[in-house]
Structures are given as C-alpha cells and as structure tokens.
Design a protein around this ligand. Structure first.
Ligand code: T1G
Length: 694
C-alpha cells in the first residue's frame, strides 16, 4: 500500500509513501481513505496527522494516470478530500518540501495545516494545460484570499511556505521536527470539542471581486494565447465567488474534464515528462558514478565559445578561456562583459554579480593552462583539420580523466575522438546559438564515449540549466538533420509556386516562432550554402533546389548583409518582402521549366512538418535518438516548435500515423517527390494503429 498508518499517543499518523513525490495515484488515494476510516473507528485516536514520506508531502495527482481508467477510479481525489474534510476527528496536514496541485488540494481539505519552512507550495496545473481539479479553485481563495489565490492559480507559480506564513493557509510554521510538532498540535486540537474548521465554510471577501476578476481576465488575455486553461481558472474561481462553494466545485470539475482531454494539455504533459525522460539513457544506469567536474575550460572565445563559457560561469564554475590570439581573447571577454551588462540593465543580474562572474573567467593563450581542467569544451572553427589540431593538443595536455567535449554541429564526432588516444573521454556538447540563452544541448555519443562520461555530462547539463538530449553520430545529429529536410521542402515550394513570406507566415501561424526564410536570414544564408555545397559533393544524387544558391551568389546572406530572402532597413530587424527576390524566384521557376501553381497554407505546413516527422522516424529507426520524446524535446527547446503541439512526433501522433503515411505517399507521387522516402517505422506503426509515443 502506498500509505503507512501508525499511531502515536492517541494520534493516527497517515503517511503517503509513493516515491518519488507521493503522486496521488489510485493506491495512495485508497490508502488515505482507509486510514481515515480506521482512525474514526479507533476510540484511542483523538486526531489524525496526514504527512508525506521522502522528498515531498505530495507533488499532486499522479500525472502518469491521466487519460487512463485509474485516474477516475474511486476513490477519486475529490472523494479522498471529502473523507478528510468529513472526518469527525480533526485532520492536521503536516507539509514539508513540496505540496503541489492535488497535494495542496488534499491539505486544503484538512482542518488544520502546519508546514515546515521552505516548503514549495503551488497549484501548477495551468502549466499542464489544465486547472486545479480537486477543489483548489474553491478552497485556495477561501484560505488565502481572492487575489493571492487567483494569482497563484493562473500563474501556476511556486510560493515558499514562509511567504504564506500570515496568509490563513497555515495554522503554524515549524522550524524543527515537523512530525513532533504536528502530533503535538493534533493532540491539542483533538482535545477540543468539534466541529473543526473547514476551509470550504470560510467566506471569500473582496471589496470588488467582479472588478478584480475582470482585471485578471484582461491581464491574462495576452499572456495566455493560445492556451484556454488560464481563462478556465478564472471562470472556476468566479463561479465559486458568484454561486457558492458547491456550484463552484461542480463547475471546476466540468472545466477539468474538458481541459484534460485537449491535445494542448496532452502536449504540455508530454513536454513535462519528455524533459525528465531525456536525462535517462536506456543503457546507462541511473546510478552510474559521475566524474567530478570543478574546473572547466573552453577553447575558442567567439560567439559560441563565449556563450558556452557564460553557461558554466552562471552556474558558478571557474572557466579557463583559451584563444590563439590576444585580440580574439580580448574581444571574447568584452562580448561576455557586454552580455552581462545587458542583463544588469534589464534587472536580471545584480551589478556586483557581474564582476563576480567575470572574475570566474581566466583568459589564456596557452594550452598548458588547461592541464587541471575536468571538462574542456572546444568551440573552434567548424573544420576537421582545425578540430584535429585542437584535440591532438588536448590529448597531450589534458589530465587523465578529463572530459573532452566538442561543440561541433556537423562533423563526425568519432573522427574527432580518433584524434586522441582517449576516445572514451570524448563527447559532443552541441550548444545552440546563442549558447547562453538556448536551452537545448545535444549530447553526442561517440561509438567509444564512456558511459560515465555521458552520465556526467547529463548531470552537468541540469546544473547549467540545459535540456540535454543524447544523439548518436550522424550528419546533423537530431535537430539539424531534420531541419535540413524541412528546408529542402521550403525551397522546393518556392520553385513550385510559393514565395518566402507566404511560407513563413503559414508555418508561423501553425505556431513556429520563426519561419524557415526569416530564420535563415537571421542565421546567415551562407551557412546553409556551405552545407549544401558539401552535400552536393557528398551526395550528388540528393536532389536539391538551387534557388537558395542563386540567392547566395548575389551576396544576399540575410540580415548581416542588409538583404537575404527579405529586404532589411539599416538598424531594423523587420523582414520586408523583397520584390527583387520574388522576381528572381519566379524567373527561376521559368528557367527550370516549372509551371508555378498556387500552394495553400495547409500544404505548406503539412510538407514542412511531415518532413521533420519523416526524418525523425528514420532517426528513431537508426537509434540516433532513443525515444520519440527526445526528438520532441529537441524541437521544443531548440527550434521554436510550438509547445502546445508537443513537438513533431507528438503532433504526428495527434494527426494519426495512418494519415501521416497517406500524406507522405501523396507527396512522394508529386514533383520533387523523390525527397519523400517514407520512413518504414511510420508504415509499421500505422499498420499497428500505434503512435511514436505509445
Ligand atoms: N505525477 C507523476 N510523476 C511525477 C509528478 C506527478 N505529479 N511530479 C513529479 N513526478 C515525477 C517526475 O516525472 C520524475 O520522475 C520524478 O517525479 C521527480 O520529479 C487534481 C490533477 C514535484 C517539484 O504539476 O513540479 O495535481 O524522471 O525530476 O526536481 O488538481 O516534479 O524520476 O521517473 O521534477 O525534485 C500537479 C509536477 C499535477 C507538479 C519535484 N502537480 N512536479 O521536482 O523532481 S496535476 C504538478 C513538479 C494535479 C489536481 C491535478 C516536480 C516537483 P522520474 P522531478 P524535482
């Protein structure tokens, strides 16, 4: 049973014991109800303490049960809370560490609540695309007031118990032994005559509830797009204010049942678990010992190297920053300082912290200064010969056991590892530009990369607040390999009849932060040009539109040259559709004998997204990514894929792989159809009626 029952001097102690966070799964819920009933029937018991074992009081409903029969099996959480609240003997919730979601709702059903200092209190359901579904929208406003409750519920923010000390939520805040204090408190209230206080019987008082709620609606409108949950939170709170507790509770339930079924909520829950699943590597045990990382070194003080160094400095690591020339080193340091100054001016960094962080950086021109580093990340020019110089030099100076990481985004990590006599210590750490901002980190696993190196880097990624996803070695790893097919389709569609602004608008309406042409103009069209020219050499059979090469041949590399797919005005980043480029595209179609046709937004979105899905399916088949959710995390955290669609692979599941397969087969039969080689995994899963994510 996921609940323990003990007694202590007339107090029944019901302890939730469902690691890792006492999720309120079916067996936990049943155990609480049984404990409450057992205490009612024991004349020696005068009061009840409800508490949690391990790292939480409770992290809420067991999200893994959602949309399964267990989630609605009795006793539901509502039934549990009713049993707690209806207990003739007072129930004291003793909260430590975490009381979130259903966990806080359970505590709100108790007659009394005492908390340890520093406990994390939240109703974060809105972050999962739902709303508190077990009375939180009705009890929290009665416990801490309308404004504080609405702010917590609509934001899903975590508040420390200390902050809520005088709020009416807690009867006591405890410094020392929580269990002892809770039992003492329970004995005290157990000696009193009932009935004991119920949060549901308190009144919600506010001088102008209607006005505040309207204000809240206006404030939420912009931020909530495109999520319905924040609005539903306000609706449920308002229902309780206007129509009383029971009607409010019923309305809350209706909203919850509606929201939990939506693809947007499923996508947010998928992202929640995907983020955590990414750090698990199937053949690397969770208890793999990790190497100590205290001293970090970064080679290259350019845009990437500087950003990478900042990640480690921000997490408190001293960083030795190596360059080959003093002026490059000075420039790199100046850029880092400028970035911190920008954070200070935005109020994101305290002024004194700026100097403290700069002091953590030791600039050098000598490899000898890297000899004590535990981790060395190179971010030098993306050319194998240069990597060879760096890694053969590292092999000479780096201490035994140092992890040697390459930030390469396109080169073969196994070839880089072979430049050393310690390939087991070599790993890829592919940061995304700007490296100190983008959350995604592709951890590239070489054929010989040691398991403890992977475990160390995955743990380190959490410290530097990155979402790390393991990729095998292939051209472009996960993200860039897929985006190449996405860009191929975008270019074909220009040949066939679309224009850059139309393609960008369509995919941005789908939810991408930025369409392929605006993105290319931002990154620099010459980068794609270099990759394509390499591609033409390596894969002469791969059919590519040459339209982008024509653009680059005119020197239109994007924002940095004042013009790319779009025109730009000096000092502005606004992308203006370019008459010159549009005419060039139309002329190019004519030149290659393609009769341009109108391409609808739906086809644009379908071809761009399914190009990602199809390549993602191949990446899964080849074991480059170990799970579909890893691919989704790459796209959610590194490529601006809309989070409310959960990533390309979950989106494909939402479309249904049967439909995905038919669409791909349709495009394969059209002009440029040779780009559509259906991934076998899609056909197999479709035939089995399954999706990528189960
Ligand atoms: N259900 C199931 N598993 C959960 C979980 C939950 N609620 N919360 C965490 N886990 C797992 C997580 O996947 C990971 O698993 C492990 O616990 C440690 O998590 C009716 C319906 C509680 C602050 O949204 O914010 O209640 O990877 O790595 O950093 O109104 O987890 O080890 O296998 O995050 O110490 C509302 C979500 C649910 C809270 C702990 N509750 N959780 O952080 O550990 S909906 C939430 C968190 C609800 C009611 C509604 C955090 C944490 P694994 P972790 P952590």
């Amino acid at each position: 049973m996921a609940v323990d029952y003990t007694t202590r001097d007339g107090v029944a102690v019901i302890t939730l014991n469902n690691p890792p966070v006492n999720g309120l799964g079916l067996s936990t819920r049943a155990g609480i109800v049984e404990g409450i009933e057992r205490a009612q029937n024991d004349p020696a018991i005068t009061a009840i303490v409800l508490t949690g074992a391990g790292k939480a009081f409770s992290g809420g409903a067991d999200i893994t049960e959602f949309n399964t029969p267990k989630a609605t099996r009795e006793p539901t959480l509502a039934t549990v809370i009713k049993a707690v609240e209806g207990s003739a003997k007072p129930v004291v919730a003793a909260i430590h560490s975490v009381a979130m979601g259903g966990g806080l709702e359970l505590a709100l059903g108790a007659h009394y609540r005492i908390a340890a200092r520093g406990a994390q209190i939240a109703l974060p359901e809105v972050k999962l695309g739902i709303l508190p579904g077990a009375g939180g929208t009705q009890r929290l406003p009665r416990a801490i007031g309308l404004e504080a409750a609405l702010n917590m519920i609509v934001s899903g923010a975590t508040v420390l118990s200390d902050t809520l000390a005088g709020s009416g939520l807690f009867d006591e805040l405890v410094e020392g032994d929580l269990a002892e204090a809770a039992c003492a408190f329970a004995r005290k209230v157990g000696a009193k005559e009932g009935p004991h206080p119920k949060v549901r019987e308190r009144q919600i008082t506010h001088p102008n509830a209607a006005g505040f709620i309207q204000f809240a609606r206006n404030s939420v409108a912009a931020a909530a797009k495109p999520f319905p949950a924040p609005h539903k939170c306000i609706d449920a709170i308002e229902a309780g204010v206007l129509n009383g507790f029971d009607k409010g509770l019923a309305f809350e339930r209706e909203c919850f049942v509606a929201l939990v079924q939506t693809p947007k909520s499923r996508a947010l829950r998928h992202a929640f678990f995907g983020e955590r699943a990414a750090s698990k590597i199937p053949d690397v045990p969770a208890d793999t010992p990790v190497r100590d990382i205290e001293q970090v070194a970064v080679i290259g003080a350019g845009t990437m190297g500087g950003g990478i160094a900042m990640n480690f400095v921000n997490a408190g690591f001293p960083v030795t920053l190596l360059e080959t020339r003093q002026e490059a080193l000075d420039r790199g340091l100046a850029t880092i300082r400028k970035n911190y100054e920008a954070s200070v001016s935005k109020g994101k960094l305290e002024p004194e912290a700026l100097e403290a962080r700069m002091a953590l950086i030791t600039p050098t021109l000598s490899y000898d200064d890297l000899k004590n580093a535990d981790l060395i990340v190179e971010a030098v020019f993306e050319e194998l010969g240069v990597k060879e110089q760096v890694f053969s030099r590292l092999d000479e100076v780096a201490k035994a056991g140092a992890i040697l990481a390459s930030n390469t985004s396109t080169l073969d990590l196994d070839k880089i590892a072979a430049f050393t006599k310690r390939p087991q210590d070599v790993v890829g750490m592919h940061f995304f530009s700007p490296a100190n901002v983008m959350k995604l980190l592709e951890v590239v696993r070489g054929r010989q990369t040691a398991k403890d190196v992977l475990a160390t880097v995955m743990k380190l990624a959490k410290k530097i607040k990155k979402t790390a996803v393991v990729s095998g070695v292939c051209d472009g790893f996960i993200g860039n390999r897929m985006i190449e097919q996405y860009i191929r389709q975008a270019l074909f569609m220009l040949e066939e009849g679309a224009l850059p602004a139309q393609v960008d608008k369509a995919i941005e309406k789908f939810g991408f932060a930025m369409g392929p042409f605006r993105m290319s103009d931002l990154a620099g069209n010459d980068i794609g040009w270099a990759i394509r020219r390499r591609r033409y050499q390596e894969h002469p059979g791969m059919h590519y539109s040459r339209i982008a090469d024509r653009l680059c041949e005119t020197g239109r590399f994007g924002q940095k040259t004042g013009g790319g797919w779009y025109d730009y005005k000096a000092g502005e980043r606004t992308a203006y559709p370019s008459k010159v480029v549009d005419e060039m595209i139309v002329a190019y179609s004519k030149e290659i004998g393609v009769a341009r046709r109108k391409i609808g937004d739906e086809e644009i979105v379908e071809r761009l997204v399914l190009a990602l899905v199809n390549e993602g399916a191949k990446i899964l088949e080849e074991g480059i990514a170990s799970k579909a959710s890893d691919i989704d995390m790459v796209y959610l955290t590194g490529y601006g894929f809309p989070i409310y669609r959960g990533g390309p692979m979950l989106h494909a599941d939402t479309l249904g792989l049967y439909n995905v397969e038919r669409a791909i087969r349709r495009y394969a039969a059209q002009p440029n159809g040779d780009a559509w080689q259906l991934a076998p995994g899609i056909a197999r899963l479709a035939a089995e009626g399954r999706g990528f994510n189960g």
